[in-house]
Write a protein that binds this ligand. Structure first.
Ligand code: AMP
Length: 220
């Protein structure tokens, strides 16, 4: 069986979470998002959750060791056998080193790896994140572009929607700076070693979804 791995990149609010979920459903691949896994730990009030809570709310990256442990556990599950989609990893040089080591073990000749970068201008990012609302269950909305059916409530589970601490303006500015200075060089690694798909993220969710799917299918 050919394994397929897709790594999503993009600045905060680029829609990479939304698009990785859509692609995951279409290709029937699990989506692995360290951010989601961590939020889940916080909700459970687990030891990991209590450790990472404060750095996460400030938009700071949590320690590599914690993420590595979580990923080791997640990637050992049988649903990753035919591949997976990664949203939000790797995010720094050390994480790239870890993933390269993993890929060496996971990838066999003929397997496929593609990086997908969703490009959105800083100005648009700032506009978007102020309207983003999320639910504990993992669903994400935007007050203007992707509103829930009932104001302030999740369409999927009915829980109250919240604004993420790290979507506050000062923190978004820092995350953007980080994206331009660190994440871009990680993206360049995948561009040179594998395949990079650059997507204009300043269009509707539907159009972006269609473009990603057709390009993913066209790349054998
Ligand atoms: P995200 O949902 O991908 O925007 O991530 C939310 C938060 O989770 C980040 O601001 C970090 O605090 C943490 N996080 C997510 N991915 C990573 C990662 N690869 N390394 C370290 N921390 C991460």
């Amino acid at each position: 069986m050919t394994k397929k791995i897709y790594l999503f990149f993009g600045p905060p609010g680029s829609g990479k979470g939304t698009q990785s979920d859509i692609l995951g459903r279409k290709l029937k691949l699990p989506v692995i998002s360290p951010g989601e896994l961590l939020r889940h730990e916080i909700e459970k009030k687990s030891k990991i959750g209590l450790t990472v809570q404060s750095s996460m709310s400030q938009g700071k990256l949590v320690s590599d060791g914690i993420i590595e442990k979580m990923l080791d556990k997640r990637l050992a599950k049988p649903d990753t056998k035919k591949g997976f989609i990664m949203d939000g990893y790797p995010r720094r040089e050390q994480q790239l080193v870890f993933l390269k080591r993993k890929l060496k073990k996971i990838l066999k000749p003929g397997d496929k790896l593609m990086a997908i970068n969703i490009d959105v201008s800083d100005k648009e990012v700032k506009k978007r994140v102020t309207g983003r609302r999320v639910c504990d269950c993992g669903a994400a909305y935007h007050l203007q572009y992707n509103p829930p059916k009932k104001i302030g409530r999740c369409d999927l589970c009915g829980k109250k929607l919240e604004q993420r601490e790290d979507d506050k303006p000062k923190i978004v500015k820092e995350r953007l700076h980080y994206y331009h200075h660190v994440i871009k060089s990680i993206i360049h690694y995948f561009r040179d070693a594998y395949v990079l798909l650059n997507i204009n993220g300043e269009r509707s969710i539907k159009i972006i979804e269609k473009e990603i799917l057709s390009k993913v299918k066209a790349t054998k």
